[in-house]
Every structure is written in structure tokens, then in C-alpha cells.
Design a protein around this ligand. Structure first.
Ligand code: AMP
Length: 441
């Protein structure tokens, strides 16, 4: 299906042409006609599938095609609820981008961590579309600075993440404020039992679209694991970025503190880096993101929640500096690369303490991911286990380790490897290699 045959207004087609989008993505082909026909929708689709346009285009079309002759205050006609401020900003950006040739539709962005008064002023001036995070939206509801009783179009985006973040009660409170008669769309990366329960109460006779079964994001992404001691991860990361001249990389840590520490370390190693996590002020987060988008920040170091839903074009590399505690988050993380038809590479730095998590991730993926050791960074052997001789360990090829992954590299830890430790050879390479690479530091 082409965009032209979807029945979209010429103004929307023009905006798509401006963006250079020639063909709809699968979620767009399937969702847009259903939404235009007025159906409720339950869609499993991850970031990177084009899901934002899949709901924004028909939303704009429907609002545009049936303008409301409002008397008095202009009512909010469409509400898009998202889990994070960054995602709110990105969805609003998409609404503006796709709606640029439509006139008379106003969008207001509502999220916490910034002053409420400008939002109140904007709402007072009239908003057709509101893109919001739940907490601040409810503040406005409480202060009666927003009226949701005329909402025709309700979108819950990244609903699974909203539930993970504990927003379920807030979501229900928002839904209570909406009129009975409305169109509902629910987007989620996974269809967990909780999501299904939420969907049952929210959606009326929905069309279900399952574009991205939960591990399909992995398809366009080349995945690698590197086995390494925890203490040497930061050094290896700096080495890989410089050595293979990665222009940009998104790096995941488990904790905010860890993100800060790694960011400082990378900066010390001469790599422009910024941390993105929930303890940063809204301004600091937007600045980090803008710096990354502008190419000034080479390594963006983020926690899972902060990185969720980031819309960053052409991100070639993702590094799992620490594995996520929930295996599903691995899929979300690597979904940041290999987007919209491009290929990407995801490298996980796995230390001995993480072998269990790594196994769970491979189980979820239902495949094993090629594993490597890097010469000079070979994990030190456990006193009771064998180490692989370092001479056999392949180095990453150009830019990333490529081909012929040494699957067995991680086996000693969890498959039980008989022989005696060849510790001396494992240790031999490291000091020498590192000294060499870092100019004898
Ligand atoms: P999303 O899944 O909504 O986060 O979108 C992922 C990325 O794909 C965004 O950067 C969009 O700008 C881009 N995109 C969306 N639809 C298309 C399309 N039909 N063709 C090419 N790129 C697209």
C-alpha cells in the first residue's frame, strides 16, 4: 500500500513527501486505514517501526476532516498519553512535522519538571491536541486548567512502559475524565496480561495488530557479546569507540549513578559524553539529547527508563555496558538501533556476574548471540575454572567484532569447563596491550 491510496489529506501527503517517506512501514499500512475508519486499535509495535506516524497521521486527518465549531473555549479533541517527557516532546514534534501544512490545529505539550504556568496559558489559548505525561496532566485536571470531557481521540503510547513505571492508577484516573464516546488506540511493545487487562477495559471491539513480536527488533540488528571483567568495561568501551572510530553510540547502564560515573570516565578519556537519566533536570536531559542529535555528544549514556522511546535517527551502535535486570529491556535497548530499515549493531559487555542474565536474554531471543573476548581484555579466570588462551581470542574486526563469533567463549562460566586454568596466557596480553593503546598510561 502507498501513502497516496490511504485516503490521507493532500496536506499530510505533502508533509510526508517533505520528510522523504516514500512508502508506509508495515504498522502504518495496517493501522492507518483502520484508524481512519474509526476503529479502536490494539497495536504491538516498538519504537522504530514508525508507530508515531501510524497514529499521528490518521489523528490529524480525522481532526482536520471534522472541524469542531466550538462555542466558548476550544475543547481538547485528541489526547496522547505517554510515559516520559522525552517521548512527549518527540510525539509533539511528530504532530508538528506531519501537521505542518494543516492550519488551525493547535498542539500543547504537558509534562512535569517544568513550570506549570506556561502550560496553563497555552491551554487557555486553546488546544486541539494535547500530548502529556500522566502526572502533570492530572495536576491540570486537579486545578481544572484542562477539560477532557470533549476528547474524541485517545492514544496510550508505550503502554507497557507506563505500567512498568507504575502509572496504572493515573491512567485509570485520566480515563475516568474522558467522555464515553471516543476512539481509543493502545500501543505497546508487548502484550502482557496486564496490557490485555487494560485493553479490555479501554478498547471497544479493537482491531489487533501485532507488528513486532517482542523479539523481532533483533532482526535488523547485529548482536555481539564481549566477555570482560567488570573492572575493565569502561576502558574497553573507550577503546572500542576510539579504535573503531564510532561516530555515535548509545550506552546503557543500569543505574543513574553508573551512568554518571561512566560519562565522567569517557570524558576523561577524551570522548564527548553526556548522561541521560531521571535525576537530571528536564533542561539537562533536553540538552544532552540535543547535543547527541547535533553530533556534539559522541556517547550518550542512559538508563533504561530515560532512553525509552528516544527518537534518534540513524543510530548505528548501541552498547549494553551493563545488562538490564529484565531480559525484555534488552530488546527495547537494541531496538534503538537498526531502525526504519537501517542496520545497526548492538554490543553487550558481559562480566562474570552477569552470565545468568545473559543466559536469560538468549533464552528470550531463542538464539545464542556470538560472544567474543578481546585481546588484552580477556576476563581473568576464576580460581577454580579454566580461561581461554588469549591467543585464540579474536579482536573486533573493523568497527565491531564481526563473523565467526566464538560461541564457546562464555561456556566456562556456566557450562562447566573441565581443564586447568591457563591463567598465565590470559594475563599475559593485558598490561602490555593496554599500555600500548593508551600511550603508556
Ligand atoms: P517511531 O517508531 O514512530 O519512533 O519512528 C521511527 C523512525 O522512523 C522515526 O525517525 C520516523 O521519522 C521514521 N519513519 C516513520 N515512518 C517512516 C516511513 N514511512 N518511511 C521512513 N521513515 C519513517
Amino acid at each position: 500500500m502507498s501513502f497516496d491510496s490511504m485516503g490521507l489529506a493532500p496536506e499530510l501527503l505533502r508533509a510526508l513527501a517533505d520528510q522523504g517517506y516514500a512508502t508506509p512501514t508495515p504498522i502504518q499500512s495496517r493501522a492507518v486505514p483502520e484508524i481512519l475508519a474509526g476503529r479502536d486499535l490494539l497495536a504491538a509495535a516498538q519504537t522504530g517501526t514508525g508507530k508515531t506516524a501510524a497514529f499521528t497521521l490518521p489523528m490529524l486527518q480525522r481532526l482536520h476532516a471534522a472541524p469542531k465549531q466550538a462555542s466558548g473555549r476550544r475543547p481538547v479533541r485528541a489526547l496522547v498519553l505517554v510515559p516520559t517527557r522525552e517521548l512527549a516532546a518527540q510525539v509533539e514534534d511528530s504532530v508538528r512535522t506531519y501537521g505542518r501544512h494543516l492550519h488551525g490545529l493547535r498542539t500543547v505539550l504537558i509534562f512535569g519538571g517544568v513550570g506549570i504556568n506556561p502550560q496553563i496559558d497555552a491551554l487557555r489559548r486553546g488546544a486541539d491536541i494535547v500530548v502529556a505525561t500522566p502526572g502533570r496532566l492530572l495536576d491540570h485536571v486537579g486545578q481544572r486548567t484542562i477539560d477532557l470531557s470533549q476528547v474524541e481521540f485517545f492514544v496510550l503510547d508505550e503502554a507497557d512502559r507506563m505500567l512498568d513505571m507504575g502509572f496504572i492508577r493515573d491512567i485509570r484516573r485520566v480515563i475516568e475524565r474522558l467522555p464515553k464516546q471516543r476512539q481509543n488506540l493502545l500501543f505497546s511493545a508487548t502484550f502482557s496480561p496486564d496490557i490485555r487487562k487494560l485493553a479490555e477495559g479501554l478498547l471497544h471491539d479493537p482491531v489487533t495488530i501485532d507488528i513486532a513480536p517482542r523479539n523481532s527488533a533483533a532482526e535488523a540488528v547485529t548482536q555481539r557479546a564481549i566477555f570482560i571483567d567488570k573492572a575493565h568495561k569502561a576502558e574497553l568501551l573507550g577503546y572500542i569507540i576510539s579504535r573503531f572510530n564510532w561516530p555515535q553510540v548509545l550506552v546503557f547502564t543500569r543505574t543513574k549513578h553508573g551512568a554518571n560515573r561512566l560519562t565522567e570516565r569517557l570524558i576523561r578519556d577524551g570522548i564527548p559524553a553526556a548522561a541521560l537519566h531521571g535525576n537530571k533536570s528536564q533542561n539537562a536531559r533536553l540538552k544532552a539529547l540535543a547535543g547527541f542529535k547535533a553530533g556534539e555528544v559522541r556517547a550518550l549514556v542512559a538508563t533504561d527508563i530515560a532512553a525509552r522511546g528516544l527518537d534518534i535517527d540513524q543510530l548505528p551502535y548501541v552498547v549494553n555496558y551493563e545488562l538490564p535486570s529484565v531480559p525484555e529491556d534488552y530488546v527495547h535497548r537494541i531496538g534503538r538501533t537498526g531502525r526504519a530499515g537501517q542496520t545497526g549493531e548492538a554490543i553487550s559487555l558481559v562480566c562474570r556476574e552477569e552470565y545468568g542474565e545473559w543466559r536469560d536474554i538468549e533464552k528470550l531471543l531463542r538464539r545464542s548471540v556470538p560472544a567474543f573476548e578481546v585481546e588484552g581484555f580477556t576476563p581473568s579466570p576464576r580460581p577454580d575454572r579454566a580461561a581461554e588462551p588469549v591467543e585464540r581470542a579474536p579482536r573486533p574486526a573493523r568497527r565491531t567484532p564481526r563473523g565467526g563469533g566464538r560461541q564457546e567463549a562464555h561456556k566456562p562460566a556456566h557450562a562447566g569447563h573441565g581443564g586447568r586454568a591457563d591463567a598465565s596466557s590470559a594475563r599475559r596480553g593485558r598490561p602490555q596491550q593496554r599500555g600500548h593503546r593508551h600511550g603508556g598510561r
